[in-house]
Design a protein around this ligand. Structure first.
Ligand code: AMP
Ligand code: TRP
Length: 342
């Protein structure tokens, strides 16, 4: 954004649908933690309204939402500093999404690759919410006037759509009200791939549990999954160019580099020439050392659900101090009678 009148503010969200995995951690959570600091206000959300665009068992949804909150805190999000809450407790997200449903065009939504992937061949039977999902995501971000959004690579297209919605709204109403958001897609692990197939991203929905490392996996399981990860027979190269055609090798090096806060170049300077038989145990040790403290802290936090619920309620209250005035101003711009008075 050029010459912004908007104060820098970070927003991001994760869906409470199933387990957190290493891709969520390296592509999103760990970077949310890195962005916490005195220079920027940080707002992080468990997007339960997004999760129900595909069927969720109500009990499991509640459990996943609390577990995700525990995951945020265990990974290093400080709920005193960041605003941490679940989306449904802040009704302005859904209210602004409706306005954006009237700004965004059908054609924009139809182009979304995530829609095409998730709805598959059966678009007629997908929920209307799944189709409108990116409009709710734009509302999540813009109801805070957020300027920076850390996400994994798979969310890039949704962030471009968020910019399009902000631009169209500003143009349609002749205002400079919504900021043009910057995606923050950085680091070695913006796209962590499946451990079984280096051309597919690591995902919650993969049928094989061996394809991903869950944040709740114990040390033995993590080590086993890495030992069995698909690789090729060659030794590791000393330069990153040597990884170009080697999807699985590149993925493991990227994971190592993100976990150790090094660049892939630095990692290869250390491990270039080694066989996987030697590198995999190094990676397993590193992953266990970084992830085990998080999973045990998650389990500890889950013992006190009342405390988690208090944190989420308090986060929602803080969030609404931002969202209520922004929604009110939006309503005024759009021409809703009464918006100026409440
Ligand atoms: P989701 O689980 O779809 O709500 O994703 C939450 C966050 O994790 C988003 O910022 C995604 O871009 C990120 N993410 C999900 N899968 C991966 C992956 N395999 N590699 C990197 N980031 C990911
Ligand atoms: N769509 C994101 C995902 O599936 C989750 C999400 C919802 C999000 N709202 C957001 C991410 C706002 C960043 C900002 O991963």
């Amino acid at each position: 954004m050029t010459e912004s009148k908007f104060t820098p503010r970070v927003f991001s969200g994760i869906q409470p649908s199933g387990n957190l995995h290493l891709g969520n951690y390296l592509g999103a959570l760990k970077r949310f933690v890195d962005m916490q600091g005195p220079d920027m206000e940080t707002v992080y959300c468990m997007v339960d309204l997004h999760a129900i665009t595909v069927w969720q068992d109500p009990k499991e949804l509640m459990h996943s939402t609390r577990e995700l909150c525990a995951g945020f805190i265990a990974a290093g999000i400080n709920p005193e500093q960041s605003i941490l809450f679940n989306q449904s407790q802040v009704p302005e997200h859904a209210q602004l999404a409706w306005i954006f449903n009237c700004v965004a065009r059908m054609g924009w939504m139809q182009r979304m690759t995530q829609w095409k992937d998730k709805a598959g061949k059966n678009q007629q039977n997908a929920s209307l919410g799944l189709f409108a999902y990116p409009s709710l995501m734009a509302a999540d971000i813009l109801v805070y006037h957020a300027t920076h959004v850390p996400v994994g690579e798979d969310q890039k297209q949704h962030l471009e759509l968020t910019r399009d919605i902000a631009i169209k709204f500003n143009n349609d109403f002749g205002v400079d009200f919504f900021p043009i958001t910057e995606p923050v897609i950085e680091g070695a692990a913006t796209r962590v791939m499946s451990l079984r197939d280096g051309s597919k991203k690591m995902s919650k929905s993969d049928a094989s549990d061996m394809s991903r490392i869950n944040m709740t996996d114990d040390a033995e399981t993590i080590a086993k999954k890495i030992r069995k990860a698909k690789t090729d027979p060659d030794a590791l190269p000393s330069e990153v160019e040597g990884l170009e055609e080697r999807l699985e090798a590149r993925n493991l090096v990227n994971i190592y580099s993100a976990l150790s806060d090094q660049t892939p170049e630095q990692v290869l300077a250390e491990v270039g020439g080694k066989q996987f038989g030697e590198f995999k145990p190094m990676l397993a040790d590193l992953a266990v050392a970084k992830l085990s403290p998080i999973s045990s802290e998650m389990a500890r936090l889950m013992n006190d659900q009342a405390e988690i619920d208090r944190i989420l309620a308090r986060g929602a209250e803080r969030a609404r101090q931002i969202t209520v005035p922004i929604l009110r101003q939006t309503y005024e711009i759009v021409g809703m009678v009464g918006a100026g008075q409440n």
